[in-house]
Design a protein around this ligand. Sequence first.
Ligand code: MD6
Ligand code: FE
Length: 208
Amino acid sequence: MTETDLAEGFRYLPGYLGPEAQAALVAELRALLAEAPLYRPTMPKSGRPFSVRMTNAGSHGWLSDRQGYRYAPRHPQTGRPWPAIPAVMERIWAEVADYPAGPECCLINFYAPEARMGLHRDQDEETFEAPVVSLSLGDSAVFRLGGPTRHGPTRSLKLHSGDVMILSGPARLAYHGIDRVLGGSSRLLPDGGRINLTLRRVTRPAGE
Ligand code: MD6
Ligand code: FE
């Protein structure tokens, strides 16, 4: 499969990042995670822990805790500013986003083999004119893509290491989630698991 439009505004670019660039990014992420450790967020209200662990890079880090979802300039546990977005992620955005301003958040999700992510929309940003761009690394996962309502029809596709996915235009606010991770499907991460990096513009640029 090459580029596929499962829905208008949805773009799937399999194998966008080659194996060497993936390995270089993993090495960079190791240093990034030493500066901004993965932590386990909790659901608003219930306080239930996520099964994924998270951290961020960029000026705006996405957080979830009992108070709700929001963006914050600092890591909730260390109090330090988030590290810079890796250059290769800035490059991917520049190549595929078709948007005049840069990303402000690089959310980093780590999935152990049993982790998943429920159906959700990325809707905590000031502007939905910018796309959301994601890169998958490590084990493959079953991604579910729905439409603008939570209970409409959905379809599934497998995301593999190096794949890029873009939600833009009519698909920008589509529901989506990760049903399961296929443990042992990649050797990129020595201890297994999956990383998804999601790039977002958070604030509305001047003139939009
Ligand atoms: C994941 N991805 O692949 C979860 N959101 O682990 C997302 O939630 C996501 O991949 C918006 C745009 C692209 C994504
Ligand atoms: Fe998402």
